[in-house]
Ligand binder design. Structure first.
Ligand SMILES: Cc1ncc(COP(=O)(O)O)c(C=O)c1O
Length: 394
């Protein structure tokens, strides 16, 4: 397998197996549920793990494995596992790492369904969970108990873009022999590589930037070979959140332009954030590319760019925020991010509606907070659409 020292080249060529039997440039889609054995002995050897051959696509599929090899290379880990959704990756990871009586330390700010999983499903299984500010080193240290096994976070955090210092989290985890999991969805390996800061498992909703075209729901987990193999052969196999070969092919296609798309998302993001910050109808913009954002200090050391997602609050009422979103013409009212189209949504009633009102307040998500995932359009068109809609908020 060929590999470059440059990540831009690796998104195109890295991890690619030799061409298929017809010399195809594009990876073949092995759209099969099962694989034929020459004889009973061969089938038995494969199930015993003595022969690297395939058995059944829930256990492994060549197209999915090519995506896994590419993602491991891009994130700088030994291995990767693909899932049918980002939440499939989150649940398979934490349920492989935690059992009843164990304790998870996680962030008080998380994507809504991750929060729901940790706040409702894990405690129902007897797993203890503490929600703390992972950007606060003392709070993180204080949360660790004798039965703590895992630290789980996102950075930047959905939706206010709070940035967690990965070097600090990894150092604390090492002192206590804990496994770290970081959701890298908002950055992609182009802008941030958590494993290079000592993080064990790097997670993605591949639905977002990795695929980039708004036509797939998928997840990826990258990490040490032994742990990834264990997850593949336990929680992924037994709970079944596998990725289909066709979806894997779409994500492989998306990866080829990831570096160009991230560059454009970042340029557009910076321009739009500066426009919003200077607008007299806007109260506050949360974007790490702005010098007044607390996460700005980690640009360069941890993040190669600020990406395309930001949140902002208007000066007006909740009704004005709703009127503003409804008045947009080009920007699409939709959850998700990382697509070519600029997407706008209202976290309190959409992505973070799994939070109770007091939990929203604790997570800094007000009723007037709006999340914007800047797309790949000409930035002037995004600004013009925002500008005409902001007239209702003045
Ligand atoms: C940061 C983050 N992690 C995980 C997920 C879940 O991913 P999926 O929707 O692919 O299950 C999302 C979805 O929006 C997300 O924003």
């Amino acid at each position: 397998m060929w590999e470059s020292k440059n990540i831009e080249t690796n998104t195109i060529h890295g991890g690619k197996k030799s061409q298929g039997e017809f010399g195809t440039l594009s990876t073949p889609i092995y759209q099969t549920s099962t694989f034929v054995f020459d004889n009973v002995q061969q089938g038995a050897q494969r199930f015993a793990g003595e022969d690297g051959g395939h058995m059944y696509s829930r256990l492994g599929n060549p197209t999915v494995e090519e995506l896994e090899a590419r993602m491991a290379l891009l994130e700088g880990t030994e291995a990767a596992a693909a899932f049918g959704s980002g939440m499939g990756a989150v649940s398979s990871a934490v349920l492989a790492l935690l059992k009843a009586g164990d304790h998870l330390v996680t962030s008080h700010r998380l994507y809504g369904c991750t929060f729901a999983l940790f706040n409702h499903q894990l405690p129902a299984l007897g797993i203890e969970v503490s929600f703390v500010d992972l950007a606060d080193e003392q709070a993180l240290r204080a949360a660790i108990r004798p039965n703590t096994k895992v630290i789980y976070g996102e950075t930047p955090i959905n939706p206010c873009m709070t940035v967690i210092d990965l070097d600090t989290v990894a150092a604390i985890a090492r002192q206590h022999d804990l496994t770290t999991v970081i959701d890298n969805t908002f950055m992609s390996p182009i802008l941030q590589r958590p494993a290079s800061h000592g993080i064990d498992l790097v997670l993605h909703s591949a639905t977002k930037y990795l695929n980039g075209h708004g036509d797939v729901v998928a997840g990826i987990l990258c990490g040490p070979g032994e742990l990834i193999d264990r997850i593949k052969m336990t929680t992924r196999k037994d709970m079944g959140a596998v990725m289909s070969p066709h979806d894997a092919w779409l994500v492989i296609r998306g990866l080829k332009t990831l570096h160009l798309r991230m560059q454009r998302h970042g340029e557009n993001g910076q321009l739009v954030a500066e426009y919003l910050q200077d607008h007299d109808a806007v109260e506050k913009v949360y974007y790490p590319g702005l010098p007044n954002h607390p996460g700005h200090a980690l640009l360069g050391r941890q993040m190669r760019g600020a990406g395309g997602v930001m949140a902002f609050e208007l000066k007006g009422s909740f009704e004005q925020a709703v009127a503003f979103i409804n008045k947009l013409q080009m920007c699409k009212r939709a959850v998700s991010l990382g697509d070519a189209e600029t997407l706008i949504q209202h976290p309190a009633s959409m992505t973070h509606s799994t939070y109770e009102p007091e939990e929203l307040a604790e997570a800094g998500i007000s009723r007037t907070l709006i999340r914007l995932a800047v797309g790949l359009e000409n930035a002037q068109d995004i600004v013009a659409d925002l500008g005409q809609a902001l007239s209702v908020a003045r």
